[in-house]
Design a protein around this ligand. Structure first.
Ligand code: SF4
Length: 358
């Protein structure tokens, strides 16, 4: 049986395990210091621990991080990482450079886009991640390890995280919150909650659960349609949680927490009409939500296309005329939502071909 990763434990869980062995109370902090500050890659490297403690840790826990299979892009551009997990599954993470930013405005933050599941069960029609179906949830260590591996392989310090990679984050809520506990903690990766954004396709019950979480991370709702008829064409999840149900959950969230934002991928002839823009502006006003417009990025195997620049700009203008706070992503190469999952899909298909030559 696989041992649990040492990076799946919160500080108090680690302290509890060590206390059972009679270790001193400062021991857990020594270990998290080695893991998240000094970033060593073995128990043997934790040189200020007694040999017996290191042997105990090695016996109980694993230390394996993901293997880097491919890296696309360069230091100044968006970089994509394809990782192989201990069980052979492939996942993707993306590093977006300091400027230009994810949402229109310039930013000095380096953002990592992180996966939360292997594959995805939700099948949004603009996304390659769901094309091969869902395999499994990532555990907390596999989520945290993506950040450590991206930093180690890029030489850059990440200070902003979006959970918009492969998978529906709220379908893996327990492990996600556990991982955020490590990412956000002063003893862990120390990334402030306001620099952590969770994205969801609209799982209404889990949005209500999140509303009661004390940590003030940000929530992005992938809306992509302002009426049920349009949204259901793009996002099958809308048949389970329609707009009325989703928006009620959002009302509940906004009443208890902070702000949320809408993500809206503009797809030519599907959701880019004036009517959708007027309706979207009204939904945003109801929740005081900021809107991020993202021009559709072509996905191999899917037939939609991005609207003309004029259409994108007039959609934006209608939103702003209503007083909505909206941005339009104008740079190329940062189309994370749409592009996510494609590298994995191509690699999986190539590997399958190699295994079964025609
Ligand atoms: S957009 Fe997110 S929820 Fe939808 S299929 Fe892709 S990974 Fe799944």
């Amino acid at each position: 049986m696989l041992k649990p990763s040492i990076k799946s434990l919160l500080l108090d869980e680690l302290a509890h395990q060590l206390a059972l062995r009679g270790e001193p109370s400062y021991r857990a902090r020594q270990i998290t210091g080695w893991l998240y500050k000094k970033r060593v890659d073995s128990f043997a490297a934790m040189t200020d621990l007694p040999a017996s403690t290191r042997a105990y840790l090695a016996e109980q826990f694993s230390f394996v991080g993901p293997e880097v299979v491919r890296v696309l892009g360069s230091k100044d551009t968006t970089q994509k990482f394809l990782f192989r997990l201990a069980d052979g599954n492939l996942i993707e993470s993306v590093l977006i450079p300091a400027s230009p930013a994810l949402y229109g405005e310039a930013s000095d933050r380096r953002t990592a886009c992180i996966s939360t599941q292997v594959g995805c069960a939700y099948g949004c029609k603009f996304c390659a991640s769901g094309l091969d179906g869902f395999s499994r949830n990532l555990d907390p260590a596999e989520i945290v390890d993506q950040l450590l591996a991206v930093e180690a392989n890029s030489g850059q310090k990440i200070d902003n995280i979006v959970f918009m990679g492969m998978g529906e984050p709220l379908a893996n809520l327990t492990y996600l919150l556990h991982a955020i506990g490590i990412i956000n903690a002063p003893w862990g990766l120390e990334i402030g909650a306001r620099h952590i954004t969770i994205s969801t396709s609209g799982l209404a019950p889990q949005i209500r659960k999140l509303a009661t979480e004390p940590t003030q991370f940000r929530l992005a709702i992938s809306l992509h349609g302002a009426t049920d008829a349009v949204r259901s064409q793009i996002m099958p999840v809308n048949r389970k949680y329609n707009l009325a149900t989703l928006l009620e959950a959002c009302d509940y969230y906004v009443a208890r927490k902070k702000r949320l934002m809408f993500e809206y991928i503009l797809i030519a002839g599907i959701n880019d009409t004036d009517e959708q823009a007027h309706k979207l502006a009204k939904l945003a006003a109801r929740l005081s939500a900021k809107i991020n417009l993202i021009p559709y990025n072509t996905v191999e195997g899917l037939e939609w296309s991005r609207p003309s620049r004029n259409r994108q700009e007039s959609f934006l203008r209608i939103l702003r005329d209503h007083g909505a706070v909206a941005t339009l992503r104008r740079e190329k190469g940062h189309d994370i939502n749409a592009a996510c999952g494609q590298l994995r899909l191509q690699t999986r298909r190539a590997e399958r071909k190699e295994r079964s030559p025609a």
